[in-house]
Design a protein around this ligand. Structure first.
Ligand code: AR6
Length: 172
């Protein structure tokens, strides 16, 4: 049996997992929403670590759909995997594919770093306005596909920020 996906209601900054995923923007220097909460909880060393990541274009440290990793600093989590979800603009600009890439690339980076437990927020579903039902389907499909062939990851949590958001996932 592959590992199961846990659906949990929590503030992701408080979770005891090897890695949490951040829904960041391409600059990777913090922002609002879950990104702001993670920077506040991890402390100022996180911003320094992000500044040290290579800019692949001016002001772009992580293009949309890709992922980067830093330490977790003051968090319970050892690692933060920063990914950049697409801004929803109707669905015809590769938004579903780019969101799937976020999950896939974050899981690949987790494997490369021998991470055994990882928690995701609902990437792109806040300020970036991605419809939650479709986002939930994409996240489950990619994570389940990955868990069927994982060598390292033993636990994946989808961290909902409100009870209502759990309705978009199959009940456990
Ligand atoms: N724990 C878990 N989930 C959270 C938390 C938290 N502490 N806080 C918010 N959420 P958003 P995006 C949920 O807007 O849509 C930032 O400014 C929230 O309810 O944080 O990918 C970045 O810098 C929602 O379901 O991220 C980017 O500029 C989900 O996290 C931009 O926002 C994502 O909401 C990224 O937008």
């Amino acid at each position: 049996m592959p590992p199961q996906i846990q659906i949990q209601v929590a503030d992701i900054t408080q979770l005891h997992v090897n890695a949490i995923v951040n829904a960041a923007n391409e600059r990777l220097l913090g922002g609002g929403g879950v990104d702001g909460a993670i920077h506040r909880a991890a402390g100022p060393e996180l911003l320094k670590a992000c500044r040290n990541l290579e800019q692949v274009q001016p002001n772009v440290r992580c293009p949309t759909g890709q992922a980067r990793i830093t330490r977790g600093f003051n968090l319970n989590a050892d690692w933060i995997i920063h990914t950049v979800g697409p801004v929803w603009s109707g669905g015809n600009n590769s938004e579903p594919k780019l969101l799937a890439d976020c999950y896939q690339n974050s899981l690949a980076l987790a494997e490369q770093n021998q991470i055994q437990s990882i928690a995701f927020p609902l990437i792109s579903t806040g300020v970036y306005r991605f419809p939650k039902e479709l986002a939930a389907q994409i996240s489950m499909t990619v994570i389940q596909g990955h868990l069927a062939r994982t060598t390292c990851i033993q636990s994946v949590t989808i961290c909902c920020f409100s009870e209502e958001d759990t309705a978009f996932f199959p009940s456990q």
